[in-house]
Design a protein around this ligand. Structure first.
Ligand SMILES: Nc1nc2c(c(=O)[nH]1)N[C@H]1C(S)=C(S)[C@@H](COP(=O)(O)OP(=O)(O)OC[C@H]3O[C@@H](n4cnc5c(=O)[nH]c(N)nc54)[C@H](O)[C@@H]3O)O[C@H]1N2
Ligand SMILES: Nc1nc2c(c(=O)[nH]1)N[C@H]1C(S)=C(S)[C@@H](COP(=O)(O)OP(=O)(O)OC[C@H]3O[C@@H](n4cnc5c(=O)[nH]c(N)nc54)[C@H](O)[C@@H]3O)O[C@H]1N2
Ligand code: SF4
Ligand SMILES: [Mo]
Length: 693
């Protein structure tokens, strides 16, 4: 029996350090959170506690497959790795020769964030560069907010999250801490013990909002207006930090003018929050140092998401909070770890510039007449059938008979059903990787604890073998995983992490950013940003309204579907115990909206707009305000009634910055459907409703 140190690979801010116990037969028999790790502190989460069980699940993909049924049908036949690789190599070569390398689209999602196997290191990029494939722009998650924050402070990395323990006022703004990254909570509780006041700002009374001292529920997509209203209160009181503004910021006179033109009454009208509540919170911020804002991806999945985040990063510039431990704003610490990514990606292998394709425009891109058209799609770490917007367009695109699709996967997802060839991938306990966490300041080495089951191969090994099958000679395509990890970390840190599993990044404790200036063009915090102006944006942060705020009378309800407590995006939505805990798809709506539509708790409803519809169980609830309905993301289509999830209604449209997706900027109508009493789907949905967010 021995222990192997590793790390959770999932797209979650907490980046946990874990310890795997392996028995004398080499089987992993226990996996638990690392007690020595300051952020993990011995705990994993509801999803990953059963990770080992998931690696051994009966539906795990173990062998290469080729499709024998129609696209989407899900009928496959086992083939050898040789046949799979020969087929793929020949097809990619043909596509490259006939249409050019850009007709190949490597479509990488967030299944693993690892620097060797996953998204952070853009696994496979060397191969795609040699082939001259189109570049994949990962727009599904965080880019709009990242861009907005970066215009202000030069980075989105913000506060060291552990310093929230020092805050006297904490704003949990568009973030569901207890569900989407609960390890931060212990630092928030520490602050509360020292007298901090905790405010949640979220259209839904989530399990996090329910634990806060105060909850403000703005209408979705109106946070920028709220921020401007709060700033107006602060500035009207003369509570701005003039010394800080003078020495550390640019554009204050112009920004101040904009703030003064935005009275709390206007913020109240746009956000639907009482003016008095806005004034009271503004006064509280004005008089409480340090104020820390935890603002993650939820609130930037809107038409104005980039600008909203920009304002939240600007706010602590006005109050001077950036100078204190526990003050400032925290979006994502991604970027604090600065490995040598250039030598990982090897963009120098590209022979000519290539186009970039947006992840969240998959459907439209596959269906439009591009030159060259996309002819080969290699999907890995992604499940676009479940997670992408405009599901019906995605399905139509993946159904194209002239499209060759490879899916590298661990489980038979809805996306797998559209593959020509399926390749079985290892899971985190079976391969080497380097992982950080975008909600803390640590780095980890994940050592393989056990041999892969069946014929599963790591992504990196798959790309090496594919390169060989294509006869490619570039030597760096054949670097092994340890070489890749050493390139990222340097030999000294690699050796150290091999022993310890984790270490703090090279920042002092507590770390207060920007004490030596801001990594912006001016070296200061930029309220006025010439970079933003040059990119075609308003040089000052402002309010950008949601897409159909007042115009779509036929679909008046604003639908948001954020993280489920039991799934990680669409991962674990095939794990029986977690499926049971989650229950089926559900919408929560306010009693007034339910009454107007004759809906009752337990009814099955269809939720629809012009793009599509999905079915969900109704729960009448005061956790949402009138006009807003709440659901969750992640369901597999094949496991739910109707074969569509919330993303059938979400628009493929870009936010104001960086091509970010607008999952929470959505308008729908809801109608009761009659379901026969003996319909098994009905029983699935009528599971007792667990407090699930
Ligand atoms: N359990 C679990 N954890 C996860 C994930 C998961 O699927 N399940 N997903 C992971 C991933 S990929 C990510 S990116 C992160 C995301 O985690 P979060 O950043 O927390 O993002 P969301 O869950 O999309 O939304 C968070 C909250 O924002 C609220 N919100 C939506 N629109 C608005 C708005 O206009 N204004 C305000 N103020 N609030 C709004 C939602 O109601 C929700 O409660 O979590 C990660 N962690
Ligand atoms: N309605 C709505 N939709 C959303 C969101 C929302 O808030 N609301 N959130 C969006 C967000 S934040 C994100 S990040 C995206 C996520 O969208 P995706 O990136 O598509 O994430 P998943 O759907 O979880 O699919 C990841 C797949 O990768 C597989 N996988 C895991 N590890 C590995 C590996 O090591 N190798 C390989 N080859 N495969 C692996 C998993 O089995 C899983 O099927 O979804 C977005 N979709
Ligand atoms: S999903 Fe997040 S909280 Fe859960 S184990 Fe992984 S990193 Fe930790
Ligand atoms: Mo995400």
């Amino acid at each position: 029996m021995h222990e192997v140190l590793g790390a959770c690979p999932l797209d979650c801010p907490d980046g946990c350090s874990w310890v795997v116990t392996v028995d004398d037969d080499g089987e992993a028999i226990n996996l638990k959170g690392n007690r020595a790790h300051p952020f993990t502190a011995g705990a994993l989460c509801a999803k990953v506690n059963g990770y080992l069980e998931h690696t051994k699940a009966p539906d795990r993909l173990l062998y290469p497959l080729k499709r024998v049924g129609a696209k989407g049908e899900g009928r496959f036949e086992r083939i050898s790795w040789d046949e799979a690789l020969t087929t793929i190599a020949a097809k990619l070569q043909y596509v490259k020769d006939t249409y050019g390398g850009e007709a190949i689209w490597p479509f990488q999602g967030t299944g693993t964030l690892g620097y060797v196997q996953g998204l952070e290191g853009r696994a496979g990029q060397r191969l795609w560069n040699v082939l001259g494939a189109s570049r994949h722009d990962m727009t599904a998650c965080s880019v709009a907010g990242r861009q907005g924050a970066t215009y202000v402070t030069g980075t989105a990395a913000g506060m060291d999250p552990e310093t929230f323990a020092e805050s006297k006022l904490i704003l949990l703004w568009g973030t569901n801490t207890l569900t989407s990254g609960h390890h931060l909570w212990k630092f928030i509780l520490k602050a509360r013990k020292r007298g901090a006041h905790i405010v949640a700002i979220d259209p839904i009374r989530t399990r996090t909002a329910a634990q806060a001292d105060e909850h403000l529920a703005p209408l979705p997509g109106t946070d920028a207006a709220l921020a401007l209203g709060l700033l107006n209160v602060i500035v009207s009181m003369g509570a701005e930090d003039r010394d800080y503004l003078d020495s550390n910021t640019v554009g204050w006179p112009e920004f101040k003018e904009r703030i003064l033109a935005f009275p709390p009454s206007k913020a109240a009208e746009i956000t639907g929050i009482d003016e008095a509540t806005i004034v009271a919170l503004g006064e509280r911020i004005a008089t409480t140092r340090p104020t820390g804002i935890r603002c993650t991806m939820g609130m930037q999945r809107h038409a104005g998401g980039g600008n909203a985040m920009r304002l939240l990063y600007a706010l602590p510039g006005v109050t001077g909070d950036w100078q204190y431990p526990g003050g400032g704003a925290s979006y994502s610490t991604s970027g604090r770890f600065m490995p040598d990514l250039v030598s990982t990606y090897r963009d120098d292998l590209l022979q000519q510039p290539v186009r970039t394709l947006s992840m969240t425009q998959l459907g439209h891109t596959l269906l439009r007449a591009d030159d060259p058209p996309v002819k080969a799609l290699v999907i890995y770490g992604a499940n676009p059938m479940s997670s992408n917007p405009d599901q019906h367009r995605v399905r139509e695109g993946l159904q194209r008979e002239d499209l060759f699709t490879v899916v590298i996967e661990q489980f038979p997802t809805d996306t797998v059903d559209y593959a020509d060839i399926v390749l079985p991938a290892t899971m985190q306990t079976e391969h080497l990787d380097v992982n950080d966490g975008y909600g803390h300041m640590y780095i980890h080495l994940n050592r393989p604890a056990t041999a892969p089951p069946g014929e599963c191969l790591s992504g990196t090994e798959t790309f090496r073998r594919l390169a060989k099958a294509m006869g490619l000679e570039e030597p760096s395509l054949y670097d092994d995983d340890e070489t890749l990890a050493r390139t990222l970390l340097g030999d000294a840190d690699f050796e150290r992490l091999y022993e310890t599993g984790w270490m703090r990044l090279d920042y002092q404790t507590p770390y207060v950013p920007f004490t030596e200036g801001f990594p912006t063009p001016s070296g200061k915090l930029e309220f006025y940003s010439e970079s933003a102006r040059d990119a075609g944006h308003d040089p000052l942060p402002g309010y950008v309204a949601p897409v159909r705020a007042e115009t779509d009378d036929a679909h008046p309800l604003a639908l948001i579907a954020p993280a489920s407590h039991w799934f990680l995006n669409s991962m674990f939505a095939n794990k029986p115990d977690l499926m049971k805990k989650a229950g089926g798809p559900r919408i929560e709506l306010h009693p007034d909206d339910a009454r107007a539509r004759g809906l009752q708790t337990g009814d099955t409803a269809t939720v629809f707009n012009a793009r599509g519809s999905f079915e969900a169980a109704v729960e009448i609830s005061d956790r949402v305000r009138p006009g807003v309905i709440a659901s969750t993301k992640g369901y597999w289509l094949k496991h739910i009634r109707g074969g569509a999830n919330v993303n059938a209604t979400v628009e493929e449209r870009d936010a104001d910055m960086a091509g970010g997706a607008i999952f929470h900027d959505n308008r729908v109508e809801v109608e009761r459907v009659r379901v026969a009493d003996d319909d098994p789907g009905r029983l699935g949905q009528a599971e007792p409703v667990v407090a699930s967010r």
